[in-house]
Design a protein around this ligand. Structure first.
Ligand code: ADP
Ligand code: MG
Length: 729
């Protein structure tokens, strides 16, 4: 039988791992080879220009035109030595990817020839005609101008023959149309607010940085098998497919030996990532078959996000060289784990103090508790918004599905830290602060100052867990731009730290001692944020009820969760922190709803095609074979015997008929529902219609397709099955 499925399966079985020759140099030698980092700046720029650029990068000083020209000149010299011919502003529009438009370095030389040219003007700012990027109505095509402007805090890098310049992307009228612009504002806000609070303890602190260490989960699928699945090709996930008899129940994949072909891919990816200055460190098999994880050493948040965007496109590219396709979708396969991207987040000062780590002295620990409790309070106040910041049509499949974190935000602290907070809540200030001695104030808490947080005390079901020196925001989707979550989190913490300072200053103005004022306010906050603390099983139904009682946001509908961005609290928070205006938030929500609708719309269309072109024809063909058999049985056996021996086949014939009828009818209904939904003009209402009426039908139809897969002759089935997609490599 010449079935494409068998051809691709056979081919996949015989793919030899690509022999990737590991460079002779060590990682320390080729790390950041393609990055215009400080070392290269020093080498390629005049000393005064270098110094000024460092000031721009470190302190946000203004970049004057004269300097920009010289920087551009140095960059061009470095890049041309690497054989680079083009440059691009590299930005992060409100899609899940990055955008780039390449221009060559060439200009007319005025004498009929060409010369290589790259000016400061071209480095610093461009006006891409980008009217077809999602903009939520901010940019009508008749004023189709947008600006991309260089972000000097993220270094320029080279990919292939192109110099890539990380930029923000904003509208002619100033509104941000990307992830980076609000992210930089959020990081600035948390920096300022945290510095003010730090100075209660350490007056010399001038800057607080947010750090991010992401853990990227992904699936690899052989590219032949992938190409034979229209759903994977067009939607990134399987819309049908019965579970394989074996999947992850033996728990034999997690941390298992990495298959040779996959190791070759990983090595190749890691070398290229290191050359781009991405400090990749960890790799391992994940829980589901053919699922893996990659994690770098954490970096400053803005850079870490650029690196994550870069690595996602690098993964796609490198995977193809190894005959794989990488699936970054949050839930490519039903019945097994989906993929997330844990965001390990912490704050640290320019003086090297990690603010989420306990210290050695009482005062260091009070500072630690201050930042922990403020973070918890921020997460409590904006739990709905944080949920919205990680929500998407694709991540919705993963959340709340008994694997990844539940779709209700709560925070796990572990027994030790919980005990410290409980103790602080119950004790009087005087008890906590005993004045005297050379060390000054002492915190009368038994666990402090020797506060060693046990890192092994973990709760995998918590969406926002404290893990010793950082919080791990686990609900972020594998495909997402981490900036979405990081904008919300850092802004919320900035707002909270600002309020904290106001509260402490108010007490001090009334004559309260500084540390005593801090303790009093913290004690208050510990009470306020209590509902967000949950150390139990986040998957349980009791938790859902309990969370609702505690007033946490328990909404499960993706389009409605987006409403959180437009709540009064969210708008006030974003506006006061100078991160986004109401107009920007509204525009971005339009984009979110529109994207949601389009994703479901595409899935519905693809499923419709699969049904009509694969499932129904194949099922009918098999049914016809059975009918034929039943007839022929009658010609060789007496009627009664024939009926007895054919009963089983007759039953299957009718099962196939029931399933195909259901499928065809419901695909028709789904088309009708789509027509109705498409007439709705309001993007929010349209997304709700797609969520409530169309998305559930995808699942209902799938149920019957998967039943057919079990019935129909394997030889006739055209689409690669789960066992092949997940186990052939
Ligand atoms: P896990 O055991 O949670 O899977 P991994 O080793 O896979 O941990 O990833 C942990 C991530 O957290 C890494 O990127 C690591 O660099 C990062 N990380 C460690 N400490 C901090 C910190 N203080 N702030 C932010 N990220 C951190
Ligand atoms: Mg990990």
């Amino acid at each position: 039988m010449s079935n494409l499925r068998f051809k691709v399966v056979e081919r996949a079985f015989h793919v030899k791992p690509v022999d990737i020759s590991v460079p002779k140099e060590r990682p320390s030698e080729y790390f950041a080879k393609y990055v215009f980092n400080r070392e290269k700046m020093f080498k390629y720029l005049p000393t005064d220009v270098y110094k000024k650029l460092v000031d721009v990068m470190d302190n946000g000083a203004a970049l004057d035109r004269n300097i920009a020209d010289k920087v551009a000149e140095g960059m061009k010299r470095w890049a041309t030595e690497l054989g680079v011919t083009h440059y691009t502003h590299w930005f992060q529009p409100l899609t899940e990817g990055t955008a780039e438009k390449h221009d060559a370095f060439i200009e007319h030389d005025g004498k009929g020839g060409m010369m290589e040219e790259f000016s400061g003007k071209l480095l610093v700012q461009q006006e891409p005609d980008a009217s077809s990027f999602p903009n939520g109505g901010i940019r009508n095509t008749f004023e189709a101008r947008g600006y991309s402007a260089w972000d000097p805090s993220s270094p320029v890098f080279v990919v292939d023959d192109t110099l890539c310049i990380p930029t923000v992307f904003i509208a002619y009228t100033g509104e941000s149309l990307d992830y980076k612009a609000p992210l930089l504002k959020a990081l600035r806000a948390v920096d300022k607010a945290a510095v003010d609070v730090c100075r209660y303890f350490n007056p010399e602190v001038n800057k607080v940085k947010a750090f991010l260490g992401w853990e990227q989960e992904y699936f690899l699928v052989d590219e032949g098998l992938y190409a034979a699945r229209p759903d994977l090709l067009l939607t990134g996930r399987t819309l049908m497919g019965h579970e394989a008899s074996k999947n992850q129940q033996l728990e034999d994949h997690y941390f298992g030996a990495i298959p040779t072909r996959v190791v070759a891919f990983m090595k190749d990816l890691e070398i290229q990532a290191l050359e781009l200055g991405i400090p990749v460190k960890t790799r391992h098999n994940e829980v589901a078959p053919n699922q893996f994880e990659l994690a770098p050493i954490y970096e400053e948040c803005n850079l870490a996000i650029d690196h994550n965007m870069l690595i996602m496109s690098l993964m796609r590219k490198v995977a193809r060289n190894h005959g794989f396709r990488v699936l970054l979708h949050e839930k490519p396969f039903k019945g097994i784990n989906g993929s997330g991207k844990h965001n390990n987040w912490s704050l640290g000062t320019d003086t090297g103090i990690p603010l989420m780590s306990p210290g050695k002295t009482s005062e260091e620990n009070l500072r630690f508790i201050t930042f922990i409790v403020n973070t918890l309070t921020a997460v409590y106040r904006h739990n709905g918004l944080l949920n919205a910041s990680i929500m998407s049509a694709t991540n919705a499949h993963r959340l709340g599905a008994n694997e990844a974190p539940p779709a209700i935000i709560s925070s796990f602290l572990g027994t030790q830290l919980s005990r410290v907070l409980d103790h602080m809540e119950d004790s009087s200030t005087d008890e906590l602060l005993s004045l005297g001695g050379k060390q000054g104030m002492k915190l009368g808490i038994p666990q402090i100052p020797e506060l060693l947080i046990d890192n092994t005390d973990r709760n995998r079901t918590s969406p926002f867990a404290f893990t010793g020196n950082r919080f791990e925001f686990r609900a972020v989707g594998s495909e997402a731009n981490c900036a979405s979550a990081m904008i919300a989190l850092n802004t919320a913490v900035a707002e909270q730290l600002t309020d904290f300072k106001k509260d402490v200053d108010a007490l001090m103005a009334k004559g309260e001692q500084k540390l005593s004022a801090i303790v009093k306010v913290i004690r208050e906050y510990i009470k306020i944020c209590k509902p967000i603390r949950f150390d139990g099983n986040g998957y349980s139904d009791e938790w859902k009820e309990e969370a609702a009682r505690r007033g946490l946001d328990c909404e499960t509908s993706c389009p409605l969760i987006f409403d959180q961005y437009l709540s009064e609290d969210s708008i006030r928070m974003f506006e006061q922190a100078g991160v986004m205006t109401k107009k920007e938030l509204e525009a971005r929500n339009e984009v979110k709803w529109e994207t949601y609708t389009k994703k479901i719309q595409i899935e519905a269309r693809v499923l419709g095609d699969i049904v009509m072109n694969h499932i129904v024809p194949v099922a009918t063909e098999y049914q016809t074979k059975l009918v034929d058999n039943v007839y022929k049985m009658k010609s060789i056996f007496p009627q009664e015997t024939a009926e007895r021996l054919s009963a089983e086949n007759v039953a299957i014939i009718s099962q196939i008929a029931e399933h195909t009828t259901y499928i065809k009818e419901h695909v028709d209904t789904m088309v009708e529902e789509r027509k109705v939904a498409n007439r709705i003009e309001n993007e929010r209402e349209k997304a709700i219609a797609y969520h409530d009426r169309i998305a559930p039908m995808l699942e209902q139809i799938r149920y019957h397709i998967d039943k057919l897969e079990l019935i129909v002759d394997d030889q006739m089935w055209t689409l690669p099955k789960y066992r092949e997609l997940l186990f052939v490599r």
